[in-house]
Design a protein around this ligand. Structure first.
Ligand SMILES: [Zn+2]
Length: 531
């Protein structure tokens, strides 16, 4: 009988903990609706992350609902909810999580002298006691508990050890060491992780995690230093989003661990690399936070392009490419598809391709997307995957919040003409029309739209990019507006005509604002009735 020889993997499995929906969501402009969070969470599951930190349920009813729905609807990763070390906060977080099988309650408490004295006004003993009783409270309700001593890198080493030991004893099975202010240097941070593991007697009973911020551009380097010194969970975000300068970028951490052979031999993650680019795009579109062109891995210029180079130049470039590339664009899902759809491709072919790209559309959504696909395919011979994704993103993001619909748009501009726009919007079957002039066509359109939708707001950001090259490219516009309460709302739109894309994006952002203010008004009415 032949004996099958199994090679036993000696690799250390590094868990990837994505906190895009929590840490990045807290930053200005990172806000997402519940539906948007769900979409991102489904994509994170496809990407193969081990843990999705879905939110901070105690912070708002919206966050509570998002965590609860992600727990119920997203299969695969463990879903975590963040909580302060306060009883009511822990209980509320446990409530949002309790329907799930694979869930984690993540409690955090500041341990540094600066935070103990300045914010908490508590002694070391009191802080230690709060941490222990909070972990115990969390464990009574949820089996898996993670504890983070916030501002760990500025905490006295002995006290940090005491807190870590006590919280492991109290039942935390994951201990996360955050460099909250992004102040640590890689060799220091690596040392901290190693010394902590050596000094804390029960450290082997917990998984050690790192959470690094990018204030000095060292988040990824510090995370890697943590891994090299025994951390087996990395907390990170897509596109490196997050508070202030952001967190360690998931795509960078994942690619470092597979690109460098000596690291690949020692470590493994569950990340499906070819889903990286799509995830990055989805997060960019959903949050409206642009990715800098020179961003590692996912930036527009991260890989050499052949545009503008002569044909023989391209061939030479292709031949030399291998010697310049350390990662191939295909590896992270940036390849151009072999399958090209044309105007003759039917609805079935479109649906099939969208399925391959990871989109599941309802019949109504497919209908709308197909109409737009035909319009685009009529003008361009071929429709690329990037363009398809952009069209679908338009349909998927509108949904229930489309209070106002663009019915008619006409712009006169050019030469000595004063740019003037006529806009007609429909709400519940009633149409309203407005005419406005502006310094440019987009300005005129925006003024006309704002005349119809009289919701106070401020335009914070307007961004145009082209999905593919050329003047006949599909243009994508992202806008961010801020309402009176300071909440930002993002809208995006795509079209071959940049004015139309701009109108759609603005309208979508305004629709969200109107939808939200309707919700706030309704809950205010409820409260007054109760009172
Ligand atoms: Zn953070």
């Amino acid at each position: 009988m032949a004996v099958a020889r199994k090679s036993v993997s000696t690799k250390t499995r590094i868990h990837i903990f994505d906190t895009t929906l929590r840490d990045a969501e807290q930053c200005p402009g990172g806000r997402m609706t519940v539906d948007e969070k769900l979409k991102v969470a489904h994509q994170l599951a496809r990407l193969g992350v081990d843990v999705i930190e879905a939110g901070f349920p105690y912070s708002s009813p919206g966050d509570f609902e998002a965590v609860q729905r992600i727990v119920r609807e997203v299969k695969g990763p463990t879903i975590a909810g963040l909580a302060l070390c306060r009883l009511e906060c822990i209980d509320r977080t446990a409530e949002a999580l309790k329907a799930g099988k694979r869930v984690r309650l993540h409690v955090f408490l500041s341990t540094s002298p600066q935070h103990r004295e300045g914010i908490l006004r508590k002694s070391k003993e009191e802080v230690l006691e709060m941490a222990v009783s909070s972990v115990k409270r969390a464990r009574q309700q949820i089996a898996e508990v993670e504890f983070s001593p916030m501002d760990a890198t500025r905490t006295e080493f002995d006290f940090l050890c005491a807190v870590v030991e006590a919280t492991i004893e109290a039942g935390a099975s994951i201990i996360n060491i955050p460099d909250t202010l992004g102040y640590a240097l890689p060799h220091e941070f690596g040392d901290l992780i190693r010394r902590l593991r050596e000094a804390v007697p029960n450290s082997a009973r917990a998984r050690i995690s790192v959470h690094c911020h990018d204030d000095l551009g060292l988040a990824t380097a510090n995370s890697l230093a943590g891994v090299l010194n025994g951390a087996t969970q990395v907390e990170c975000t897509i596109n490196g989003l997050g508070e202030r300068a952001g967190n360690a970028a998931l795509e960078e951490v994942a690619c470092i661990l597979t690109t460098r052979r000596e690291l690949k031999r020692r470590f493994a993650t569950g990340i499906v690399l070819k889903e990286i680019y799509r995830t990055s795009r989805l997060v960019r579109e959903t949050t409206g936070m642009p990715v800098q062109p020179n961003k590692a891995i996912v930036g527009a210029n991260a890989f050499a392009h052949s545009s503008g180079v002569h044909v023989d130049g391209v061939i030479k470039l292709m031949q030399r490419r291998a010697s310049f590339e350390i990662i191939r664009p295909q590896t992270i899902g940036r390849e151009k598809s072999e399958i090209v759809l044309t105007s003759r491709s039917g609805r079935k072919a479109l649906n099939h391709r969208l399925g391959e790209l990871g989109f599941k559309l309802s019949p109504a959504e497919l209908d709308k997307t197909y109409q737009r696909f035909l319009a685009l395919a009529d003008q361009r011979k071929q429709v690329t995957d990037d363009e398809l994704e952009s069209l679908v993103a338009d349909e998927l993001r509108v949904g229930a919040q489309e209070t106002y619909r663009l019915d008619y748009l006409h712009v006169v501009s050019g030469g000595t003409t004063i740019p003037t726009a006529t806009v007609r919007l429909v709400r519940d079957g009633d149409s309203s029309q407005a005419v406005a002039s502006g310094v440019g066509s987009v300005d005129a359109v925006y003024k006309a739209i704002a005349q119809v939708i009289k919701a106070p707001h401020r335009l914070v950001d307007y961004n145009v990019s082209s999905v593919t090259g050329g003047t006949d490219a599909l243009g994508e516009v992202t806008v961010r507006i801020e309402d009176r309460s300071g909440t930002t709302h993002t809208g995006r739109g795509s079209s071959m005509d940049i004015i139309e894309a701009s109108a759609k994006a603005y309208l979508q952002a305004l629709n969200k604002l109107v939808f939200r203010s309707g919700q706030t008004a309704a809950s205010a009415r409820k409260k007054t009735r109760k009172a």
